[in-house]
Design a protein around this ligand. Structure first.
Ligand SMILES: Nc1ncnc2c1ncn2[C@@H]1O[C@H](COP(=O)(O)OP(=O)(O)OP(=O)(O)O)[C@@H](O)[C@H]1O
Ligand SMILES: [Mg+2]
Length: 258
């Protein structure tokens, strides 16, 4: 039985999309069948990463009950598959669609949660995906909470910014506790010098484990090479020997054992 993994954060720009995409590509490289879904309806991103307009329908349509999930998924195995199959589900980036999604009421969100929950059966059981990875919007809006509720594992991405750390603490204590989910923290954009020696690394992990009262699954350094790539290609696919790629390989294994 596969797993649904949601990436979430308190603040924006922490690296959810970058890490979702690269984690998905890492599992595909390992021979897993992966489905990556863009649940960030306020700022859709995956259409730009995969440069595809192939889908007949968007995830918006699936949640609206207009179509089933098979009409939404785009098979990118030819371009991006290594050993496993790779599917993506895109959020509609049109301005009108973004406005429409942000005006949904609570009743709609409850129905959308039902649609999300039923993906467990359709994607994991029927279509045999090993991993479904959900990229979400930052903060506490319904669409993100729905993603957390439907996930088996939640990865909270946080930076070292003081306001992000405080907000993440509050969010994980007050909200995540409620759902009782398997939750791990990804510290992203960490200054490389903080992780320069084994001793410093251990100190860092110990400190933040106690700050967040949740396991720190990985500390991911800030890499200029990643910034330089500017999201024009999937980093871990192309730069197979880069330390960023190696860090994600390690993370992927940790999540499998988590
Ligand atoms: N470890 C890293 N090293 C260097 N750059 C990074 C790293 N992680 C993320 N970035 C860069 O930070 C920027 C924001 O990342 P990304 O878009 O993935 O964040 P996000 O959490 O999805 O943002 P949003 O909340 O707006 O959806 C991107 O330019 C990305 O390439
Ligand atoms: Mg994003």
């Amino acid at each position: 039985m596969g797993k649904i993994i949601a990436l979430h954060s308190y603040k924006g720009g922490t690296g959810k999309t970058l890490l979702s995409v690269n984690l998905a590509a890492t599992y595909v490289k390992k021979g897993k069948n992966v489905c990556l879904l863009d649940l960030d309806f306020r700022a859709p991103s995956l259409h730009a990463v995969f440069k595809t307009n192939n889908s007949e329908r968007w995830l918006n349509d699936y949640l609206n009950g207009v179509c089933e999930i098979d009409k939404v998924l785009v098979d990118v195995t030819q371009e991006h598959g290594r050993s496993g199959k790779f599917f993506v589900g895109l959020a509609n980036p049109a301005t009108e669609a973004i406005r429409e999604m942000s005006a949904k009421d609570r009743k709609w969100e409850m129905r959308a949660l039902g649609r999300l929950l039923s993906l467990k059966t359709s994607l994991l059981n029927d279509m045999h995906h090993d991993y479904v990875i959900l990229d979400t919007s930052p903060g506490l809006q319904y669409s993100s909470i729905n993603a957390i509720v439907s996930a088996d594992v939640v990865l909270v991405v946080t930076s070292l910014d003081a306001s992000d750390i405080k907000g993440t603490q509050r969010m994980t204590r007050e909200l995540y506790d409620l759902f009782d989910k398997k939750t791990g923290i990804l510290m992203n954009k960490v200054l490389p010098e903080i992780l320069s020696s084994k001793k410093e690394k251990q100190k860092f992990y110990k400190h933040f484990n106690s700050v967040h009262k949740l396991p720190i699954l990985e500390a991911i350094p800030c890499f200029c090479d990643v910034l330089r790539a500017g999201g024009t290609y999937i980093f871990s696919e192309e730069k197979t020997e880069h330390p960023f790629t190696k860090t994600l390989d390690k993370l992927a294994t940790k999540i499998e054992e988590f």
